[in-house]
Design a protein around this ligand. Structure first.
Ligand code: GLU
Length: 281
């Protein structure tokens, strides 16, 4: 009889431990670690990596200190989703600068929670990071000074210096598509555009939408040669963080369904977002 009681008691103990273990604690993932979303909520602030020097996507106004652009606006919407639409964005959102090279590691090492930074989703990059659905579709093109003899990628040769940014898809693509042309690399787009203006190269290459931002800033520089790659943009997330990736994808779908994404797209690019924009790449 005593044995039976002891057995029952130990069963009860095991059972109650199991219950505590399951806990119904939605703050923790199945692995027991805090979820990214809970970390952000506990910190009271979302930290997003954005560009500071890319007109139309993420451009820091030196006067106000505000980062303006489509990517920055999407970050603001995400902060509102997490902390409520009346939250003070100055408190609950920090926009940290990333560049084409640093953005992947800064997400993986937790310096930023995610990065919305003109980033093309590629198979190679998917080995290193998670990505959201496509939220913008660009293509690589060329920017030259008005009157330049360069009209297309076929005009690039060993005598034409091409300017590009380190760590970008454009760097790899141009080397493949115009292998004879010498390429000069810069850390970011502000430096690359200054170099073009200073005559250090004949042509600057990156995504058409980024080049369009430069053209708007200085109409003496024009896009030529059409598009020669596809550049679907995705939000960069930590490798393996499927839970937060799903949260961000649901957020993007909500933004499209309630018209906010179309509004932002129109604000920056003059037309509503295409209906098939949010696509898994
Ligand atoms: N979208 C391209 C890329 O992800 C070029 C723009 C950039 O450097 O961010 O590499």
């Amino acid at each position: 009889m005593k044995k039976a009681w002891l057995a029952l008691l130990s069963l009860l103990i095991v059972f109650s431990f199991a219950l505590v273990g399951c806990g119904g604690n939605d703050k923790e993932s199945s692995a027991g670690a805090k979820t990214t979303l809970q970390k952000i909520k506990d910190r009271g602030k979302l930290i997003v990596g954005v560009k500071y020097d890319v007109n139309l996507f993420g451009l820091k106004d030196p006067k106000t200190g505000k980062v303006e652009g489509y990517d920055a606006d999407i970050a603001r919407e995400l902060a509102k989703k997490i902390f409520g639409k009346n939250a003070n964005l100055n408190k609950v959102l920090e926009l940290k600068q990333v560049n084409s090279k640093t953005r992947f590691d800064l997400v993986n090492n937790g310096t930023v929670d995610l990065a919305i930074a003109t980033c093309t989703i590629t198979e190679e990059r998917k080995q290193k990071n998670n990505f959201s659905l496509r939220y913008f579709n660009a293509g690589q093109s060329l920017l030259v000074k008005k009157g330049s003899p360069i009209k297309s990628i076929d005009d690039l040769n060993k005598n034409t210096v091409v300017l590009a940014v380190k760590g970008s898809t454009s760097e790899q693509n141009i080397k493949a598509k115009a292998p004879d042309a010498p390429v000069q690399l810069y850390d970011d787009y502000a430096q690359a555009f200054s170099a073009l203006k200073a005559g250090k190269g004949d042509v600057l290459t990156t995504d058409n939408a980024i080049l369009m931002g430069m053209h708007k800033e200085d109409p003496n520089y024009v896009l030529v040669g059409g598009l020669f790659t596809e550049e679907p943009y995705g939000i960069i997330l930590k490798k393996g963080d499927d839970e937060f990736t799903k949260y961000v994808n649901d957020f993007l779908k909500e933004l499209k369904a309630n018209g906010t994404l179309d509004k932002l797209y129109k604000k920056w690019f003059g037309e509503p977002a295409p209906d098939d924009l949010l696509k898994e790449i």
